[in-house]
Write a protein that binds this ligand. Structure first.
Ligand SMILES: [Zn+2]
Length: 109
């Protein structure tokens, strides 16, 4: 379950930016290629924030589809999962988006 490591890095960054203030909610954007299961991430978040300034904070997860371009046929297409295959059948694709995990916003006291 790699959500734990990802979530821990989010919580670390959030606590650092909160600088001692109480955190009420955190919104993150996760690329589809991160293969994050939102429910698992929420579960990890609840454990990771325990005892921190973000204890009890709400986590909003926005899963963004990825995008890729095929080197064989030049098509642009969306990626909804980590399987890198162009509709033409080629696996020679370049990933343009979908690998990022970003903190979009957070609500502090
Ligand atoms: Zn193609």
């Amino acid at each position: 379950m790699h959500e734990m490591a990802l979530t821990q890095s989010v919580v670390d960054a959030v606590c650092e930016h909160a600088a001692g203030r109480r955190v009420y909610s955190v919104k993150v954007e996760v690329g589809a290629l991160c293969a994050v299961v939102p429910d698992a991430m929420t579960f990890c978040f609840e454990m990771a924030v325990e005892g921190t300034v973000a204890d009890g904070a709400r986590l909003d997860i926005d899963v963004r589809p990825g995008a890729a371009q095929c080197r064989s046929c030049d098509a642009h297409f969306a990626l909804s999962d980590p399987i890198l295959l162009c509709p033409c059948g080629s696996a020679d694709v370049e990933v343009l988006a979908g690998r990022d995990l970003k903190i979009l916003s957070m609500e502090v006291s």
